[in-house]
Design a binder for this molecule. Structure first.
Ligand code: SF4
Length: 419
């Protein structure tokens, strides 16, 4: 923890202040949001309630959650004085997502299919089973996220978008890859990663949204485990490394504590946003396209811009910790990069942004891949140096908070190394 706390990135006020909640949960000086959810009582039995009734209970309890969280932040309420309750806000969330799964509205596609019957499939092609492609200590995320011991990253299979350049297509385009995970296995894998020293639990894919039911149930089961789920280890990608389990990595007032990180394309529904608001300690969203035409052409995703911008705006208005990722795509500077950066500057000033230069032609855009599609030939190249530099110049002219996060990840175009 000491090495993580002394990272230079935390000495930069525009990062430290923006990520204060996440930082403090990560070093176990504050409880994760899910621990607070467990302390918000519900004064009703949940069995037999309709979805509408559950939402009413949820919204009322969520207000209480925010009052408590504010008190914890200000020091006017102590965690010790709060008792675990049953049922609680987290139980209501778990009950709600179970109901949502029966007419799936997890994401903006709003397919309304019942994913529990094995009948008609929605866009993500998933039923209720969750698969994990791999999980491990990720050493390649942004410095505040990967820290010194890695980000506890869990890759879920399948996706609700179909990006032709997907750099994770083996995971996101093949819904049957990986290992079937129950909620218990998922909770155990989260526990294992955190006990091994990971600074957060990084839920990604594919896309985590489409596995919302398993994830919420798993968070509800988080605790110190005594048993082992050997089946989960089949998906552990860094099993060769002898990490040891240490309670001190995850200990807050006698309870298992870890920040939850949502690493997502942000194409989720308003209902999913409401479920996640009191569970996610730090958001790591992608903001890819600056207009719907590019989103449809490159990701077969309608209503992209309004959905994703609205979800970003909400996080900002809620005052949550967030780092936005934008991938510079070849030939998409004017239509995507600049409009996205402009939107962030106007709507989320001060938010840390990673302007990523690592686009490479992959999947349908890779001429040496059997899936290559000639229609995407213009995407079959790396962004030029000038495209990357112009992205930075433009971000700088807008006053975007990007340099600390971006240049730490990519020294290729750092001002110091350019002639
Ligand atoms: S998660 Fe999204 S794409 Fe999948 S069934 Fe639900 S609404 Fe459709």
């Amino acid at each position: 923890m000491a090495a993580f706390e002394s990272l230079h990135v935390w000495k930069t006020p525009e990062i430290r202040e923006r990520l204060d909640w996440y930082f403090q949960v990560s070093v176990n000086k504050l409880p994760a949001k899910y621990l607070l959810c467990r302390r918000v009582p519900i004064y009703d039995e949940l069995d037999g309630l309709t979805e509408e009734e559950l939402w009413r209970l949820h919204d009322k309890a969520a207000s209480e959650f925010h009052r408590i969280r504010q008190g914890i932040r200000e020091g006017s309420i102590t965690f010790k004085e709060l008792r675990p309750e049953k049922p609680n806000l987290l139980d209501v969330k778990a009950a709600l997502v179970k109901k949502m799964l029966r007419h799936c509205n997890f994401c903006r596609w709003n397919c309304r299919v019942d994913r529990t019957t094995g009948g008609k499939h929605g866009t993500c092609q998933l039923e209720s089973t969750t698969r994990v492609s791999s999980y491990f200590h990720h050493r390649g995320e942004e410095l505040p996220i990967r820290g010194t011991k890695g980000s506890g990253t869990i890759f879920f299979t399948s996706c609700n978008m179909r990006c032709v350049f997907c750099q994770n297509a083996d995971i996101s385009h093949d819904k049957d890859n990986g290992v079937v995970f129950t909620s218990q296995m998922l909770a155990w894998a989260m526990w294992q990663l955190r006990m091994e020293g990971c600074h957060n639990i990084n839920l990604v894919g594919g896309e985590p949204t489409i596995h919302l039911h398993t994830i919420v149930e798993a968070i509800n089961m988080l605790r110190f485990f005594k048993e082992t789920y050997a089946e989960a280890m089949d998906a552990k990608a860094d099993i060769y490394y002898p990490y040891s389990l240490d309670t001190r990595n995850a200990y807050y007032e006698g309870e298992f504590n870890t920040p939850i990180l949502w690493n997502s394309n942000m194409y989720m529904s308003g209902e999913t946003m409401k479920i996640l608001r009191e569970l996610v300690d730090i958001w790591l969203p992608d903001f890819k396209f600056g207009n719907n035409k590019c989103a449809i052409w490159l990701s077969r995703t309608p209503w992209y811009f309004e959905t994703v911008s609205q979800n970003h705006r909400q996080i900002y208005e809620w005052g949550e910790d967030i780092v936005i990722r934008h991938l510079v795509m070849p030939g998409h500077l004017e239509c995507c990069t600049k409009p996205v950066l402009r939107w962030i500057a106007e709507n989320m000033p001060g938010t840390p942004v990673n302007i990523m230069d690592q686009y490479h032609p992959d999947c349908y855009c890779n001429p040496s891949d059997p899936r290559f599609d000639k229609r995407y030939s213009d995407m079959a190249r790396y962004p030029t140096e000038e495209e990357i530099l112009e992205s930075y110049r433009y971000a700088r002219s807008l006053g975007i908070n990007f340099e600390e996060i971006t240049f730490e990840k990519s020294l290729r175009f750092h001002p110091l190394f350019l002639r």
